[in-house]
Structures are given as C-alpha cells and as structure tokens.
Design a protein around this ligand. Structure first.
Ligand code: AHR
Length: 502
C-alpha cells in the first residue's frame, strides 16, 4: 500500500495554463498538411486550417502556441510570409528536409489559427540571421494600432485591427542553430534587440523571452543572466520576463536516439529516468537565476520538451516524424506533474511539436487524423490549467531493470481547480506492477470521486488503421473509505481523479 498525502489547505502556487502549451514549426508536416491545408483543399477546413485538428486542440484547451520555430525562426524573414499568396517567395527549407517552403502560412495565418483555437500567441523572432529593424518592424506590424508604415502595411494586407502578441522570443537556441553564440555575445545582442520589442498597447505588455540553456548548460544561464538581467521596478521594466530551457528525452543519446516503437523494458526505464532529469535541471537553473533575480520575477519557459526518437522508417529524416506510445504518455504525464510542482518558476512549457513532428499530440495522413496517447494525457490534465497547486507527497519505491536507471514507481501532482474540485494526476511507471494507493486529504471531507485512466502495454499506440487502440476511459475503481481514497492504479498508466469535497 502506497500512501498519498494531500493537504488541501496548503496552496503552493498558481498553475499557469501555459504550462500545457504547444510548439509548431515549419518543419516536416507540422504546419503544412498537419494544420494548414489551404482554402482550396478538399480536407474540411476553415480559412485553410483543418477543422478536425482545430476541434481536437480546442477540446484539450490548448492555452498557447509557439511559432515559427525552432531553428527555423532564426532563418525566417517575416516579410516573405505576408501579402498576396501568389507573390510570396518560394524557397528551400534548408534546415528541415530540403523541401519547398512557399510561405503560404505566415503571420496572418498564424494569428487566424490562434483565433480559431482561442489560444495565446507566442512568436519567436530572428536574432541569428535577422536585423534589429526587422524584428522591431514585425512587432510594429502585428501590434501597432495607430498610423505607421507597418500598421498601414498590415491594414493594406487586410487586417485592420492590431493583434495581441502575448509572448515574444528574442532568438532561439542562439548557442546552436541560432548563431553559435557565446552567452555574453548573445546576452549583449539580447539587450539590444529586446529594446525594440516595443509595447504599443497600453493594456497589455509583451512577455519577453530570452534564450536560455540547452539542458544542463548552467554556464549559459549564468553568462546570460550576468550580461542581460536587469531588475524590474516601478519605473523600469526588466529586460526579460522569461528565460527559456530546452530539454529533449532521447534514451539512447543524441546520435542513436532509439526507436519510437521497438523498445524493451530497459529502454522504457531509461527513457523515464532521463525524463525525470528535468526536475533537477529546473532547480539548478532556478538557483543560478536567483543569484541575480532575487525577487524571482523571471519565469522559466520550457519552450521545447518531449521525446526525440529515430524517425519512422521510410519517412524523410528531416521531417522528424515518429510514432507515439504509452511510453510517450508516461513521459508527458511525468513532465506535466514536474512542471506543476515547480509552478512558482515554470510559467510556460511547450511540447515539441504539436502535429506530425517529434512527440506530437496529433498525427495526420491525408484526410485521416489520429490522437496519440500524449494527446489523451493533455486532455486529462487540462483541469490543472489555472488551478492552485496543492501540497502533496506520495510514498514510492525504486523500480527498474538496470541499476543506473532506477525510477520511483509513482509520480503525482495535485491541484485545486477553478471548478472547486481537487484534481489528482498520477503516473504508474511500472511496466508490470499495479499498486494499491490510499489517498489522505487531511481534515477535508470528501464527498465523491470519479476518474479517467489511460493504460495499455508499454508500446501500445494508435494507427490510422486502428485509431482508438489507446484511449482514455472512465475509472470507477476509486472508493471513499473513512474519508480516504482507496484504489489500485494499473501498471503502465496515467490516471486523473476528480474529488468533490464537502
Ligand atoms: O524541435 C526541433 C528542433 O529542436 C528545433 O527546431 C530546435 O529549436 C531544437 O533543436
């Protein structure tokens, strides 16, 4: 019996909905085919956006979308993607797959997509190969209401009103594909570029994201914070609101990566262990940030995370298309629990990537669409959005097949939702064992409980032939006994319990 302790009277912080954010890049079939098919497609669409994909994303309450990259962002010149589609430049996407990019999806289309999704906008600007003027004019084009060359151009291109840019990334991976810079060099460029990311709206300021580290590169965090952190006070805005962090789980290392579908128990535990490293990374980066940002004003923005396996055999290696199993579901469940538990610092996280790329929530093939196990996890966790994190602890034991890659058998987070209910999300990391759990809610009286579960064999996945092999189901196995929640969590599963209190 494993005991779960929840203290509903101890609220630990607010869970930003953006923690369940997404990322879409001009990469493979993410934007083109996966989201945007064009107005003339026979795939049902609204202004070019696939209706099936938009509906599924709305159902899981997508809170924010990052675009246009990724590495693509530091090669993207936004003017190529505005105006009449016939006259937009065609070019080769040199970074991803060497295919023709016709720029038919640009700023107007991205804003239309976010309008349809009802989500916030996160634009990533180009520092690596773009100019300060280009970045500054993009912000003006998107957000300036009055009379100006860029606002006039936007109007001439058919959009009278300014859009809202909620988040703006000043460069992407500038330690690598975004220019191979040193932290000090980037830090100085950041100071300069961000100056011209102007706030044209009186009501809402743009949240500026500075490029942070690759995984556990703590020197980058220290160098960047030292160079470009400025304290925000009443009359001075700080230079940055957030610092990004990228961390991918590739069980067999960057070169090998490992297969998305054909793996053994050893690879299962290795993957989950490597996923859990992110918790230490968040704490370590936060501790470095605290040296400069004593008031904890700068958020950690994990704007790329997820599994990165070998691409599916027979597909373009530059498209990063991979299948998605129960192992990915566990990776998602664990990551989202960790982000919740660190919601004091993690203000946004964006899984890479939304459709057809890496750990996608949706896969498409022509007219067909499937929801992956990862989708179902996001759909089950949506109740944590905008909720208050509750103090919780679960008793665990170490499991695994290889001494080096032992993991705790259970992983949890708990929140008090906007709906007045307590939401528990729990992952069982064991491939074989179910566990009995007793949930204690201190002196809070439980009224009733219901739940949803996602479970299956470790490599269970959905295909276009069998799209519903892995799906979430009602969980009726939780009883209330003496005000305690008593249930058994099956092996290899992610569970959501919704507790109504008196
Ligand atoms: O998500 C794929 C790529 O991974 C992104 O373009 C880049 O930022 C990261 O290296």
């Amino acid at each position: 019996m494993h005991k779960l302790f929840i203290n509903p009277k101890n609220q630990k912080g607010h869970i930003n909905p953006e923690i369940q954010g997404h990322f879409s890049e001009h990469l493979g079939r993410c934007i083109y085919e996966g989201i945007y098919v064009g107005e003339n497609s026979d795939i049902p669409n609204t202004n070019g956006m696939r209706n099936d994909v938009v509906e599924a994303l709305k159902e899981m309450k997508i809170p924010v979308l990052r675009w246009p990259g990724g590495c693509f962002a530091d090669e993207y010149h936004w003017r190529d993607g505005i105006g009449a589609k016939e006259s937009r430049k065609k070019m080769i996407n040199t970074h991803w797959g060497g295919v023709v990019e016709d720029n038919s999806f640009g700023t107007h289309e991205f804003m239309e997509l976010c309008r349809q999704l009802g989500c916030k906008t996160y634009i990533n600007g180009n520092v690596g190969s773009g100019t300060v003027q280009e970045m500054s004019e993009w912000v003006e084009y998107m957000t300036f209401e009055g009379v100006s060359p860029m606002a006039d151009l936007r109007k001439a291109n058919g959009h009278e009103e300014a859009w809202t840019v909620d988040y703006f990334g000043v460069g992407n991976e500038n330690w690598g594909c975004g220019g191979n810079m040193t932290p000090e060099y980037y830090g100085n460029l950041y100071r300069r570029y961000q100056t011209y990311v102007r706030n044209y709206s009186k009501d809402k300021s743009i949240y500026k994201v500075c490029c942070g580290a690759n995984s556990d590169d703590y020197e980058w965090t220290d160098g960047v914070m030292k160079t470009c952190f400025r304290k925000a006070n009443e009359d001075q805005h700080g230079f940055m609101d957030g610092l990004s962090l990228h961390y991918y789980t590739h069980p067999e290392g960057w070169e090998e990566k490992g297969s998305a579908l054909n793996f053994d128990e050893k690879a299962w535990y290795k993957t989950l262990k490597k996923t859990m490293y992110i918790e230490g990374m968040i704490e370590h980066h936060a501790a470095i940030m605290d040296q400069y940002d004593k008031a904890h004003k700068v958020g950690i923005i994990v704007d790329e995370w997820g599994t990165w396996f070998k691409c599916e055999p027979g597909t373009n290696p530059g498209f990063l298309y991979q299948q998605n199993t129960m192992r990915d579901a566990l990776v998602a469940g664990i990551n989202l629990n960790i982000f919740n538990k660190h919601c004091d610092r993690v203000k946004m996280a964006n899984i890479a990537q939304m459709v057809n790329v890496l750990q996608a929530v949706i896969l498409t093939e022509g007219r067909k669409m499937i929801l992956t196990p990862t989708y179902h996890v996001f759909n089950m966790y949506k109740y944590h959005q905008d909720a208050e994190l509750l103090d919780s602890y679960i008793e665990t034991e170490e499991i695994g097949v290889d001494k080096e890659y032992m993991v705790p058998n259970l992983n949890e987070s708990v929140s008090y939702g906007k709906d007045g209910k307590i939401h528990i999300t729990l992952a069982n990391l064991s491939v074989k064992d179910a566990y009995e759990i007793e949930g204690n809610l201190a002196d809070t009286a439980v009224d009733s409980v219901c739940g949803t579960i996602l479970t299956g064999a470790m490599d269970a996945h959905n295909t276009f032939e069998n799209p519903d092999a892995v799906h979430a189901e009602a969980f009726e196995g939780c009883k209330v006994v003496d005000n305690k929640l008593v249930f058994t969590i099956p092996a290899c599963s992610v569970l959501h319990l919704e507790v109504s209190v008196k």
